[in-house]
Design a binder for this molecule. Structure first.
Ligand code: OFO
Length: 162
């Protein structure tokens, strides 16, 4: 059985992952409004991944005979100021999630909870990958974001994510 402190922090993490999904879905809708269907689809898949992250935590709590307490998910932002601003927001958001995952690891260390420590490693590695992916999209948008043909090609490329 995991400690109360770890239970609480993992339940909070579930909420953050589901919120990330909500935020990315909201951004996906915005991209669709702009006619950027590839960006929209990419963000929708990103949202799905976030829900899977939440469920991974959910399953872990149950496997450890602990309790799942689903909290209210706050309303995500729905007004955005352009494509780059959306991805900058995602990058900032992912940095907060990385910090949050690190806090889980720190708490697990303090509680000498080796199982949670090893479990949360997967999330730490995932965060490195997510931050990097977003940063790469931002770099490319900064390079040719004003070029409509390049943007069209990037939209097409992002639509290929499965
Ligand atoms: Fe779950 O990695 Fe993003 O938030």
């Amino acid at each position: 059985m995991i400690s109360e402190k770890i239970n609480e922090i993992l339940n909070e993490q579930i909420n953050k992952e589901f919120y990330s999904g909500y935020l990315y879905l909201s951004m996906s809708a915005y991209m669709k409004e702009l006619g950027l269907f590839g960006f929209s689809s990419w963000l929708r898949l990103q949202a799905k991944e976030e829900v899977e992250h939440g469920l991974k935590l959910f399953d872990y709590l149950i496997e450890r005979n602990s309790f799942v307490t689903l909290k209210q998910i706050k309303t995500p932002e729905f007004e955005f100021q352009g494509i780059i601003s959306v991805f900058n927001k995602i990058y900032e958001h992912e940095k907060c999630i990385t910090e949050s995952v690190m806090k889980v690891a720190k708490a697990a260390e303090e509680e000498c909870d080796r199982t949670t420590l090893s479990f949360i490693d997967w999330f730490i590695n995932e965060q490195i990958e997510e931050e990097q992916n977003i940063k790469n999209i931002i770099k490319r948008l900064e390079l040719f974001g004003d070029d409509k043909v390049a943007l069209y090609l990037m939209d097409k490329e992002l639509s290929e994510r499965v």
